[in-house]
Design a protein. Structure first.
Length: 127
């Protein structure tokens, strides 16, 4: 498995990069899906789905959608599942990386472009 980096370390690498593209080229893809990761957490922690949904404060429909991988489109739901699964910081960070791939955080393409442009005083539009 690739080295686990915290958000501040990822941000530092992004800001030190010559471009968002050069930063993104250094990111190793996850070797499993969000759904596979969530089910592995359920097994490792010995938790039942209903108990996780209750602890997360989400109904069964949204809980099952999250476990099937739809949480990647809803970072707020992914965070709720992280609480329900009693995830560690590292587990939560890994969970959120799946969301970031669709552009909601430092590691996702739109998120990193926005952060890079803000830091470098650019509009992000081609010159």
């Amino acid at each position: 498995m690739a080295e686990e980096l915290h958000t501040d370390e990822l941000l530092g690498r992004l800001l030190a990069s010559s471009s968002p593209e050069s930063y993104l080229s250094t990111i190793e893809p996850e070797d499993r899906t969000l759904s596979e990761y969530l089910f592995s957490l359920l097994r490792e922690k010995g938790l039942g789905r209903s108990a996780v949904f209750e602890a997360a404060g989400i109904d069964r429909t949204h809980g099952y959608q999250g476990l099937r991988g739809y949480a990647k489109d809803r970072p707020d739901r992914a965070v709720m599942l992280a609480f329900g699964l009693r995830c560690t910081i590292q587990e939560t960070q890994r969970l959120l990386r799946f969301c970031w791939r669709v552009g909601t955080g430092v590691q996702g393409t739109p998120g990193c472009v926005i952060i890079y442009c803000i830091e470098h005083g650019s509009s992000g539009r081609p010159a």
